[in-house]
Unconditional design. Structure first.
Ligand code: PMP
Length: 347
């Protein structure tokens, strides 16, 4: 990429910001046994102590598993925290804008609204394919970030990596590649291309393949400089001790996670054709994720029918380019069978 100028992209108040220095930032790396620096309660260990603000132990293990140096990792309260931080770091309200594909994950637009930043949609092509030129055309001198989600939610397909790279090369702002679902895809993850692209921010999460949505732990991978900005703006103790401890426990047993991924992918392979065979189904879209999008005859009626049968899917009927579509998560074999059995009864 030519002429990437990080400072020119960052809001001036953020570039100049002197972050809050917490007690655990000031005392670091030396041995001590008496902690009288943070106004904590001396009783009720270990919950009485503030957690590591930069989660170094978790990052050290993650670095090995994800193949990304620890200095290129940010951890947040879900990847939603990283999404919000991108707006707060780069986008001046009322002045700047971001560009995102449509349909896509709803939080990019919600965070844009919360931060009072204009949000530009670029429709995906037939088959929910990414057209890099259309995205590039939608950007202007005030576009601070482009949001790409791959595999995309709600369509389920991975975006063409060549089109993503075309945007990374030709656009001078931040390119966010949200790979929340990439563990279910066979494409090479973009986090392994960080060294090539100083404008790349990749999002991952513990909420999907790692089975820890309740834990609220998300990751952003980016250049050391961009990670420095995330750390400067985040709340001092944004990831609590219980989450850090549980993350270390989960990271110690990757085999279990890999088995889940294999079984979810296997179920996906049998669910898609089974769903396509249902009389109510008009089309099933290909999926690189742990869910799939299906066009049905009457999504609202079917959604309500499933609710009456104790089965909840996601009705995407009101989402642009998703008329009469339901988004269905791959569950256990028993859950998937229950869904198919209920739908086979529909006349
Ligand atoms: N990105 C995408 C594409 C998602 O679908 C979701 C959650 N549905 C998230 C990010 C948010 O993940 P987290 O639980 O880490 O906040």
């Amino acid at each position: 990429m030519n002429n990437f100028d990080l400072q020119a992209l960052v809001r001036p108040n953020i570039w100049a910001l002197k972050p809050y220095s917490c007690a655990r930032d000031e005392f670091k790396g030396r041995e001590a046994s008496v902690f009288l620096d943070a106004n904590e309660n001396p009783y009720n260990g270990p919950l009485n102590r503030y957690p590591d603000p930069l989660q170094e132990e978790v990052k050290a293990v993650l670095s090995r598993i994800k193949g990304v140096p620890a200095e290129n990792i940010f951890l947040g309260n879900g990847s939603d925290e990283a999404i919000d931080l991108i707006f707060r770091i780069f986008c001046n309200p009322h002045v700047d804008n971001v560009v995102a594909i449509q349909p896509t994950y709803g939080m990019y637009g919600v965070c844009a609204d919360i931060n009072d930043v204009s949000y530009r949609n670029v429709n995906l092509e037939e088959g929910y394919r990414l057209n890099a030129d259309k995205v590039l055309e939608a950007t202007d001198m005030h576009t601070k970030a482009v949001f790409l989600c791959s595999p995309n939610n709600p369509s389920g397909n991975a975006l063409d990596p060549n089109e993503i790279e075309k945007i990374l090369v030709n656009y001078q702002g931040i390119v966010v590649v949200d790979e929340a679902y990439s563990d279910f895809s066979d494409y090479e993850p973009f986090r392994l291309k960080l060294a090539q692209y100083p404008n790349l921010v990749v999002l991952n999460t513990f909420s999907k393949a790692w089975g820890c949505a309740a834990m609220r732990l998300g990751m952003a991978f980016a250049s050391k400089e961009i990670i420095g900005l995330f750390n400067k703006v985040k709340y001092p103790y944004n990831v609590n001790l219980l989450t850090q401890q549980k993350a270390l426990e989960m990271l110690s047993d990757i085999t279990k996670i890999q088995k889940w991924i294999v079984s979810i992918k296997k179920e996906r392979a049998s669910m898609l054709p089974a769903f396509a065979d249902l009389p109510i189904c008009e089309k099933v879209y290909p999926s690189d994720a742990n869910f799939f999008l299906a066009k049905v005859k009457d999504a609202n009626a079917l959604y309500n029918y499933l609710i009456d049968n104790g089965i909840v899917v996601r009705n995407r009927n009101n989402v642009a380019l998703c008329g009469n579509c339901l988004r269905i998560t791959i569950g256990t074999p028993e859950e998937n069978c229950a869904l198919l059995a209920a739908l086979r009864k529909v006349k």
